[in-house]
Design a protein around this ligand. Structure first.
Ligand code: ME8
Length: 514
């Protein structure tokens, strides 16, 4: 039986259009899902929309739409972007699905029956934009008004509410973090969570609202709707139930990973494990909390007018360039500045000069020296060939380790080093001299080796470069699905007498505008 891998993005708020931050997380989840598939895992990839709550209700009203009209419209806009970015999710989850609503209601009842829920009075400073209570230590006061750390104005809440007894689990969650060191990536976020939230006023969580009704009604008391974060987090499990994949992908045998950025780490790392623990459900294995994409003028925000539209980027540079740049240049650990000039130089150096050039050189040399036919494979004693043989083995031996690190930066660097070594091998081997001297056997072996090396590059970047892969496979006459990277040596024999096609330019260099 294949190993299982479940990856999720956050389900995005349905109150606005997607921007490059949403695109970044979703591309990363898509690549990780495709990488795991590449090494033989069964995968399930979830993305979707968070469609309830006060923010959605208020935004719809401002736009003269009903909440349902707005969420339907925005779900289509997000799905359209994912199509343009070649995102292959297994479910586009929406919290307005009836199955999800029923699931949340059932879990609420279960928590009520287990006596983890009580009715009380909720008094708090609340951020509607973040849909979050703000602790007194985090409130920013300015001109007698109160704001959250992101500059959203806070409102005073004072209403009847159900509470979840999360405070009972304070020691449990701290121990959990202590014992499971690799739960949160990067680990530097753990101290932040413990100091800012767990050791600082960790009180029971208000989990219902009565001041608006765009949410999931609580069966036992329908004037209350479920707090949007409780509703939203449950989607990760309700979606699997909907698709009959729960036993397969939420079991202790499955690797379950949530991908998100740092501002919502608290909900995923503290509250979500506590909800699951209360319900005796499996916990996720890992939360990857990446940094933010910011611009040269700071964090993206509508009011600053510096929001970058992913659709414009795709139409300017193409899907592959956007996917590759995001995966190579943006970091999980820290915030990264999005910069078009960096995208262009990354495109030119890595995609046009390296990837495209390797496919082109291999095809060109096989055309020139062997009329486009891959020669018979025979081992010789040529030292450069022997060393390169070892280099391929070294590359292949680290593939699984790199993919299992779940860090696409590491994966890309691994292939970049290999690409550099392919180019170096060609420069050192000087096939043009052997061709002139008529040294057939060593030249043939060289052509066999660079053909398989190019195939490995194309194979290894196929989860990121969804369009270029098709073109490169066409040029190299390469069927990705039949390729077994661990048995790469077999293809030296299998490819004998195969016809390589003339090269086409996969990535045209972009000229800098200046
Ligand atoms: O928080 N840089 O939804 P959301 C990198 N509905 N990633 C960014 C980003 C940026 N500048 N901006 C957004 C919500 N993201 C909730 C989630 S999950 C049960 C509920 C990405 O629409 C990043 O993944 O505000 C971040 O965590 C997410 O979008 C927030 O999306």
């Amino acid at each position: 039986m294949n190993k299982k891998f479940y990856i999720t993005t956050p389900i995005y708020y349905s109150s606005g259009k997607p921007h490059i931050g949403h695109a970044y997380t979703t591309i990363m989840a898509d690549c990780l899902s495709k990488y795991k598939k590449l090494i033989g895992y069964d995968t399930f990839f979830l993305t979707g929309m968070d469609e309830h709550g006060q923010k959605i209700e208020e935004t719809a009203k401002k736009n003269n739409l009903s909440p349902q009209e707005m969420i339907d419209k925005n779900a289509m806009i997000f799905q359209d972007l994912w199509k343009k970015l070649d995102i292959n999710y297994d479910i586009f989850m929406r919290t307005s699905f009836d199955e999800h609503k029923k699931f949340v209601q059932e879990k609420f009842t279960e928590l009520l029956n287990k006596k983890y829920i009580y009715l009380g009075e909720w008094k708090s400073k609340y951020c509607v934009s973040c849909e979050e209570n703000i602790n007194s230590s985090e409130v920013v006061k300015k001109d007698n008004k109160f704001y959250c750390q992101f500059g959203h104005e806070l409102i005073d809440k004072n209403e009847e509410s159900y509470f979840l007894k999360v405070s009972l689990f304070k020691d449990w969650i701290k121990d959990f973090f202590k014992n499971k060191k690799d739960f949160i990536v990067p680990q530097s976020r753990v101290n932040e969570l413990v100091n800012n939230f767990i050791d600082n006023d960790f009180s029971d969580l208000s989990i219902s609202r009565i001041s608006f009704d765009w949410g999931i009604k609580i069966n036992e008391n329908p004037k209350h709707v479920v707090y949007v974060w409780l509703d939203a987090l449950f989607n990760y499990v309700s979606a699997l139930k909907m698709k009959n994949k729960f036993d397969e992908f939420w079991s202790d045998k499955s690797e379950k990973v949530h991908l998100l950025s740092k501002e919502i780490t608290r909900f995923h790392c503290i509250y979500w494990p506590i909800f699951l623990k209360m319900l005796d459900l499996e916990l996720p294995n890992k939360i990857i909390s990446h940094g933010w994409i910011i611009t040269k003028t700071g964090k993206m925000s509508k009011s600053l007018g510096n929001v970058i539209d992913p659709i414009e980027l795709i139409s300017e540079f193409g899907t592959d360039a956007v996917r590759y740049y995001f995966m190579k240049d943006l970091s999980i650990e820290k915030d990264s500045i999005f910069d078009k000039d960096l995208l262009i130089s990354c495109y030119n150096s890595d995609l046009a000069n390296n990837y495209g050039n390797i496919v082109s050189r291999v095809s060109g040399m096989i055309q020139k020296y062997r009329d486009g036919i891959i020669p018979k494979f025979k081992k010789t004693k040529n030292k450069l060939n022997i060393d390169f043989y070892k280099r391929i083995n070294e590359f292949v031996s680290k593939v699984e380790q790199c993919i299992n690190s779940l860090n696409v930066n590491i994966i890309v660097n691994h292939v970049l080093n290999f690409e550099n070594d392919i180019n170096l091998f060609i420069e050192n081997f000087k096939p043009w001299n052997l061709f002139k001297d008529g040294n057939k056997e060593e030249l043939n072996e060289f052509l066999n080796l660079i053909n398989v090396a190019a195939k490995l590059v194309v194979w290894y970047l196929s989860p990121i470069l969804t369009n270029a892969t098709k073109i490169a496979c066409d040029v190299l006459n390469f069927d990705l699905n039949k390729f077994n990277y661990k048995k790469w040596e077999n293809s030296l024999k299998e490819d004998e007498n195969k016809k390589i096609n003339p090269n086409v330019i996969i990535f045209e260099r972009i000229k800098n505008k200046e």
